[in-house]
Design a protein around this ligand. Structure first.
Ligand SMILES: [Zn+2]
Length: 279
């Protein structure tokens, strides 16, 4: 299937094992976390089989991602020091957030995460022996101690706390730029995601919440988060910020909002969902 006519959300079928030969294929080339772009191709597209064959880059590893209406798509890991071939350039994953449609962004994020997982698991973390790619699932296996290493995902919660017509937004102490966002944090071992919501909100701003409502989720490949979005209602307490994490946190009326998070992020969707319901 031609990339330009494909609907990635519908036509992409994820997979792990491919047949050996195919007349056409697509290649997402990753080098040191950056993605290869064909000069002049707007919006971005992966390399075709011929482009990949003749661009002069050597793969360090190849990962089948699935197929697009029958045409296989691969992630290609190339040397972090690889030079850009003439007619191509590497671009950071961040730039794709705003330059491609979301299903394409998630496909690129998938390629980058698989390449990074592979790079970080050449050797077993327990015994140090070399690992090998398992034939049937997405794992690296250690033959000597039988451990398996799967691509790492880090589940995180992200929550919009509301109080009547107001929302609680915070400015992160480490974020660049002056914008306010929802609260977020990583799930810890032993926690349910609901427990994470209660703990993170209390740690970061010192308030208690109730009536959690799951909203939706987003793959966030910086480097490997899975964001689980919630709405929650204020229950009790005064804002007391955790200064290492939060520079400022305030209640904002939905008609008088500060600089908000980007609309391609789940944080932006949560805020937008609330504002739509209020207005
Ligand atoms: Zn081992």
């Amino acid at each position: 299937m031609d990339w330009e006519y494909a609907n990635i959300r519908e036509d992409f079928n994820p997979g792990i094992v491919t047949g050996n030969s195919h007349d056409a294929s697509y290649h997402i080339v990753v080098s040191d976390g950056e993605i290869l772009c064909v000069d002049g191709a707007h919006p971005w597209r992966p390399l075709t089989q011929d482009e990949w064959r003749w661009c002069g880059l050597e793969p360090m590893s190849t990962h089948y991602l699935g197929d697009l209406g029958g045409t296989p798509i691969f992630a290609e890991e190339v040397n972090p020091d690889a030079e850009e071939p003439p007619g191509y350039e590497f671009d950071s994953l961040w730039s794709f957030l705003t330059s491609v449609e979301q299903p394409v962004f998630y496909l690129i994020g998938r390629a980058k995460q698989l390449v990074e997982w592979h790079r970080h698991h050449h050797f077993c973390g327990a015994c140090g022996a070399e690992t090998s790619t398992a034939p049937i699932d997405r794992s690296r296996k250690c033959e000597s101690c039988n451990l398996a290493f799967y691509p790492r995902l880090s589940p995180s919660i992200i929550v919009l706390v509301t109080r009547g017509e107001e929302v609680l937004l915070a400015r992160n102490a480490h974020a660049r730029g002056n914008f306010y966002s929802t609260l977020a944090g990583f799930v810890e071992p032993g926690e349910s995601i609901e427990e994470t919501v209660h703990r993170e909100v209390f740690e970061e701003v010192g308030i208690r919440v109730k009536n959690l409502r799951y909203y939706n989720s987003q793959s966030w490949p910086f480097p490997n988060s899975l964001m689980l979005g919630f709405h929650a209602e204020y229950e009790s307490g005064e804002i007391t910020i955790q200064e290492e994490e939060i520079a400022d946190a305030q209640w904002f009326h939905y008609t008088d909002m500060p600089n908000k998070p980007a609309m391609m992020s789940i944080s932006g969707w949560l805020v937008d969902d609330f504002v739509k319901r209020m207005s």
